[in-house]
Ligand binder design. Structure first.
Ligand SMILES: *Cc1c(COP(=O)(O)O)cnc(C)c1O
Length: 430
């Protein structure tokens, strides 16, 4: 009987989630146990996986002047943030809410960069009060507002201009940000003028140059294309007497979802520093803002099969997680690995794995060969990034719980939302 159970292949990119005796584990915790204790849908993170991902950056940096700011919109659970803060990370924030989270875990404001295309005055004020390292500014109008707010608070805001270098990151159009048709950044051709005007604004101190060309990049050359354009601009800026102290290349390194082989942080950093030296810009401090590559493969989403539905054209596995829990398939047509916690013997059928939400876009995986029965628990892989942070309450569905595994222990790091939580704050007319 046991001999007939197919042994699933090793999860190459996922050393912290492995089968032992045909049970899927997170580190030393059997996941069927977790699902039984805490219910599903359930996000499960591995602390060791977070640390390992951090270490790939940390060891690649070595003695070079690099500040790694975790792009926390990928996963902003306080336990995840605290772990990175302990490891010495800075943070890349995109809202006043993310600032609040960073400060809540004791992040050093001198290592926080504030990105985002639509900063409001209250968010600027809060970040100035906290003393963040830098604002990445995306338009002339934002420069003006930031200068005004800084003056009101009696401070000067350190700024980098986010330029749009017009390079093709060759990633999904929804996560490509460095092309001239994107809303992000100041067109590189207009950057020199923007720097000139920022110099005239009394509330600002210009310190850097920033770009972020996209996400899930699996090819390294777009980074270097962008860098060369940025370094041309740095030289032009020196020509008009503006000397910068840092260069921020954003985030975007991809991860392995299926068979991608994304570039390593070391390959990126080696290539960047080689080019900085070659252009006489070795004095620039480098900032990186990785999100996905620090957390993506440190998380799973567990979900239970509610019904199997065998149609004429398709077989459906209807599960208790949905697009409100994991939006990436619906939004980006994204592919996530899918594995049963307790693999069964038998003949596989091709299934579309879908949620209960009333939308045809509510699918999690398509055409997967599975041997499953009602009640089985499945793990969606690579769900640590842009999973829970994109979750919502569509169909009045409470958001999932989150748990962090640490060796043979686990900690619930976010309680499952209750129905009362969902109704709180609403009222009817008298
Ligand atoms: C989203 C984002 C990041 C992180 O991107 P990843 O692809 O997750 O590494 C970094 N910087 C900015 C400005 C972002 O918008």
């Amino acid at each position: 009987m046991t001999a007939a159970i197919p042994v699933p292949p090793d999860l190459a990119g996922h050393p912290f989630f492995q089968y032992r005796n045909n049970v899927l584990y997170a580190e030393d915790v059997p996941l069927d146990h977790l699902a039984g204790q805490l219910g599903t849908p359930l996000y499960v993170y591995s602390r060791a996986a977070l640390r390992a991902a951090w270490n790939t950056y940390h060891s690649a940096v070595g003695q070079r002047p690099v500040l790694v700011c975790y792009g926390m919109k990928a996963n902003s659970n306080l336990a995840v943030l605290k772990e990175f803060a302990r490891l010495g990370a800075g943070f890349d924030i995109v809202s006043g809410g993310e600032l609040k989270r960073a400060l809540a875990v004791g992040a050093d404001p001198a290592r926080i960069v504030f990105s985002g295309v639509g900063k409001q005055a209250w968010e600027m004020r809060a970040a100035l009060d906290a003393g963040v390292m830098c604002f990445n500014v995306e338009s002339e109008a934002e420069l003006q507002r930031l200068s005004d707010v800084a003056q009101e608070t009696g401070r000067r805001a350190r700024v980098a201009l986010r330029v749009n270098p017009d390079v093709d990151a060759q990633t999904h159009p929804y996560i490509s940000t460095g092309l001239k048709e994107n809303k992000f950044g100041i067109p590189i051709g207009a950057a020199l003028d923007a720097y000139r005007s920022s110099r005239l604004l009394p509330g600002l101190e210009v310190t850097g140059l920033d770009c972020h060309i996209g996400s899930q990049l699996t090819d390294i050359s777009p980074y270097f294309d962008a860098l060369e354009k940025l370094l041309d601009l740095v030289a032009d800026l020196e020509g008009i007497g503006i000397r910068l102290s840092h260069l921020d290349l954003g985030g975007g390194l991809g991860i392995r979802y299926s068979d991608e082989t994304p570039p390593s942080p070391k390959a990126l950093l080696d290539g960047v520093f080689q080019r900085l030296q070659a252009r006489g810009q070795g004095h620039l401090r480098l900032v990186l803002e990785p999100g996905r590559s620090l957390v993506g493969n440190a998380g799973l989403l567990l979900t239970t099969v509610q019904y199997l539905k065998h149609g004429e054209a398709r077989n459906f596995a209807i599960v208790d997680a949905a697009m409100n829990d994991l939006l990436r398939p619906a939004l980006y047509d994204a592919w996530h690995g899918l594995r049963p916690l307790l693999p069964r013997a038998g003949d596989a059928l091709d299934y579309d794995v879908v949620g209960p939400v009333c939308e045809s876009a509510d699918w999690l995986a398509r055409q997967r060969a599975l041997v499953i029965e009602q009640g089985d628990v499945l793990a969606l892989e690579s769900a640590g990034a842009y999973g829970m942070t994109m979750a919502g309450n569509y169909n009045t569905r409470p958001r999932a719980a989150e748990v962090m595994v640490d060796g043979d222990h686990y900690h619930v790091v976010r309680q499952r939302e209750t129905l009362d939580d969902l109704l709180r704050g609403e009222s009817t007319l008298p």
